[in-house]
Ligand binder design. Structure first.
Ligand code: GFB
Length: 314
């Protein structure tokens, strides 16, 4: 058990969708949450991270900072995804060690697993086969992060752990069509198609890949649960437990948004991994389960999108 009461917790990446959800979730714990903007500390610069951690000296770190993006961004900017993510995790873990910070939770991603893995994917599938090419750079960086957490645990005795969330969505997501993941992209595209009176909405790829989706609030709750209760070498999958095809997902989004036109494919865009449904049995066995069903989560995310677009246009 890691007692949060009275502790100072640094959430690295507090402006991102998951980091901000973790900050909101930690508000109900009796701990002090600290955050730092990029103007205070650029996490890709080792000296800045060292100075920051030496000044702030948190008791625990949630390492939610990362360069993230959807299939096209990952495929187009592999150097950025590799460099930024390797630097962020290496700088933070080494500076945490130097400052004798004994507790850290590292966040990875379900794309660390082999492209054609047996489903559902268990934790021990890591490094058992070739990765999906569209996100290999990001996956390699995240695998390195898991290995770093294990190495600091083994060599230095720090209680560093890793969690592997599945595809996430929710308030604060990125709705830019070139860099976003599929759910925010579909919400925006169907919303704009409805407003414009368009007859169709375009979906990338064949629509047949299957994906598992977890709401960011559920993910944050699982991460705080792990921070408080889990200590171990092996990373822990954080999933919803069920998946849908991209076409089924599009129909759900169309229903939520109220778009009744046709769904058409853009076959010039990649499908990516055919399926990545994780086994979250390990986490379920510890006593945690998600509480936000996909449709309800998409409804509230659409509500957040409408609110933020209306604020921006005021
Ligand atoms: O969410 P997404 O970009 O991530 O795409 P991945 C999921 C599926 O949705 C792919 C399809 O098969 C896409 O081709 N899709 C359909 C769309 N329409 C769209 C659209 O308008 N936008 C987007 N983005 N997709 C990412 C990885 O893979 O998942 C990252 O690249 C990370 O590394 C993340 O792991 C969780 O699931 O394919």
């Amino acid at each position: 058990m890691f007692e949060l009461a009275g502790k100072r917790v640094w959430v690295a990446g507090h402006r991102g969708m998951v980091g901000s959800a973790v900050v909101r979730r930690l508000a109900s714990e009796a701990c002090e949450v600290v955050t730092a903007d990029r103007s205070t500390v650029d996490l890709r610069r080792q000296a800045q991270v060292e100075t920051y951690l030496n000044d702030v000296k948190p008791d625990a770190i949630v390492l939610a900072a990362a360069k993230v993006g959807g299939i096209l961004a990952n495929d187009t900017y592999p150097a950025d995804f590799l460099y930024d993510n390797l630097m962020i995790e290496a700088n933070i873990m080494q500076a945490a060690h130097e400052n004798n910070i004994g507790r850290l939770l590292f966040l990875g991603s379900s794309c660390i697993y082999p492209k054609l893995n047996a489903q559902p994917i268990t934790e021990d599938s890591l490094l058992t086969g070739p990765l999906e090419p569209t996100n290999e750079a990001y996956a390699i960086a995240k695998i390195a992060g898991i290995k770093m957490a294990q190495a600091y645990r083994r060599q230095h005795g720090h209680d560093y752990i890793s969690a592997m969330p599945t595809n996430l969505y929710g308030p604060g997501d990125n709705f830019d069509l070139n860099s976003s993941h599929v759910i925010p992209a579909l919400i925006r595209k169907t919303h704009e198609a409805k407003l414009n009176g368009d007859k169709e909405v375009v979906v990338w790829g064949t629509g047949s890949p299957r994906r598992e989706f977890l709401h960011a609030e559920d993910c944050a709750d699982a991460l705080v649960f792990l921070l408080k209760t889990y200590s171990g070498d092996q990373h822990v999958n954080v999933g919803y437990g069920d998946d849908v095809t991209i076409l089924e997902l599009t129909r759900i989004v169309c229903g939520v948004v109220g778009f009744t036109g046709k769904i058409v494919q853009d076959l010039s865009k990649p499908d990516g991994t055919p399926r990545k449904l994780m086994s979250s049995d390990k986490l379920r066995g510890m006593g945690w389960a998600p509480s936000i069903p996909l449709r309800a989560g998409i409804e509230s995310t659409y509500g957040w999108f409408l609110e933020s677009t209306s604020k921006r246009s005021q």
